[in-house]
Design a protein around this ligand. Structure first.
Ligand code: ZN
Length: 426
């Protein structure tokens, strides 16, 4: 099953790139037609001994040599929402801070690459600098176009805007299709961020007009891609899960829909082999367990990577990336806990224990290969603060780390972006 999906995905990819090649190869011909040939003032003498020294073969359009791919390069994916208002607001940063972030990437020698460069690198078709970053801006606020785009252009940075259908053409601070067309025309990439911007791990929303949850998920993932492609005449390569939440059915639909990549909000450096279905992004406004914000953690290129060796254990507290993020407020009563424990050192897999306030010891999974601990709550959380304590043994020593988040059933900005940022409901 998995293999078949992978094959289908790469066939789509090959076709897409074949298309690109065609365009590239055609362009030189177009140029030749319009550029007058240089005047032949001194015609070259005809070769006299053609038979002895065959003329060099005509320069055929030889395929470009395969580039050397740096598979040790790493990519951090920055996730922004609103570029307006006060820094430190929920999912919003001041325009000046956004510009400072962009400048800092330059100063630190971090290359901002496009979504297509990222995809090409992973396929071995294009190299990228050792430290690269993707800039993504979610939800579709007008400030994306009015504030984000000019700053990005000033630095010559590509970026991807993830939009969800229910927030397009809604007036107020939502972008219209025409405005999305402007972003497209400026060379930016548009990705899908679903239809309704709901937690894909929760039940089917009552207002969704579908008989089953799977049908609803297909609408969120497959139909959103088709509609954006139709409206803007583009190919949508990437999906961003609302709130980063995903599940096996959602990931399967991402593959079926023909996306090349899908993004979470589980910030970690991305290596060459990271799963295309769960590419982590750093929410720049979220705070990590050590108090550092997502941007600082990302550009530090420290902490767990999707494919990296163990990190010194004393760093664990500061760099462990968790889901929900430390300090976050969520509205999902049954979230899935995740933490990359690479920072705790070479953990004995059997020693990992996870405790949750109000629950005690929970039967969490620990995958020794990825170092990721996960646990999906079966019982709903009680409203209030939730502390997660992870412990284990590494090299015979007990190691422990913890983080806290809050469950608020009425939270309107729960771990994502939306409801309060929608225009007033009518
Ligand atoms: Zn969002």
């Amino acid at each position: 099953m998995k293999i078949r999906h992978a094959v289908a995905l790469s066939v789509v990819a090959v076709l897409a790139f074949a298309g690109c090649d065609k365009v590239k190869k055609l362009n030189p011909f177009a140029k030749k037609a319009t550029t007058p040939a240089p005047a032949l003032a001194t015609p070259a003498p005809a070769p006299k001994v053609a038979a002895a020294t065959p003329p060099p073969a005509p320069a055929e359009p030889t395929p470009a040599p395969k580039p050397t791919i740096d598979k040790t390069a790493q990519v951090v994916v920055l996730c922004y929402h609103r570029l307006e208002g006060k820094a430190g607001g929920i999912y919003s940063i001041e325009p000046a801070l956004f510009e400072k972030h962009m400048q800092e990437l330059k100063d630190k020698g971090i290359a901002v690459i496009s979504m297509q460069d990222f995809i090409a690198w992973r396929k071995g078709e294009k190299n990228i600098p050792p430290k690269s970053a993707l800039v993504t801006i979610d939800d579709g606020y007008t400030c994306s176009l009015q504030v984000g785009a000019p700053i990005l252009k000033k630095f010559g940075y590509p970026a991807t805007f993830f939009v969800y259908l229910d927030f397009i053409n809604k007036g107020g601070k939502s972008m219209s299709w025409a405005q999305l067309g402007e972003l497209r025309d400026q060379g930016f990439e548009i990705g899908s961020h679903s239809v309704m911007h709901q937690n894909l791990n929760a039940g089917k929303p009552s207002k969704a007009k579908f008989a089953t949850k799977d049908e609803w998920l297909a609408d969120e993932i497959v139909h959103s891609k088709q509609l954006i492609e139709e409206q803007l005449g583009i190919r949508v390569s990437a999906f961003a899960y609302p709130f980063g939440n995903n599940n096996p059915k959602a990931r399967e639909l991402v593959q079926q829909a023909g996306y090349e990549l899908a993004f979470t909000t589980y910030g970690q450096r991305v290596g060459h082999d990271a799963s295309p279905l769960t590419i982590g992004r750093y929410d720049v406004t979220a705070k990590g367990p050590g108090g550092a914000d997502g941007y600082t953690m990302a550009v530090g290129f420290q902490g767990p990577a999707a494919a990296s060796g163990p990190v010194a254990s004393q760093e664990a507290g500061a760099i462990m990336v968790t889901e929900p993020m430390n300090g976050a407020t969520i509205s999902d009563p049954k979230p899935t806990l995740r933490a990359n424990l690479a920072g705790l050192g070479a953990l004995d897999p059997g020693s990992v224990e996870v405790r949750v306030s109000g629950f005690g010891l929970v039967p969490a999974n620990f995958d020794p290969a990825s170092k990721v601990m996960s646990y999906a709550f079966q019982q709903p959380l009680r409203p209030g603060a939730v502390t997660v304590i992870v412990s284990g043994k590494a090299a015979g020593q007990k190691v422990e780390t913890r983080w806290t988040f809050k469950y608020d059933p009425n939270a309107k900005d729960a771990d994502g972006s939306v409801p309060t940022e929608l225009p007033p409901r009518k």
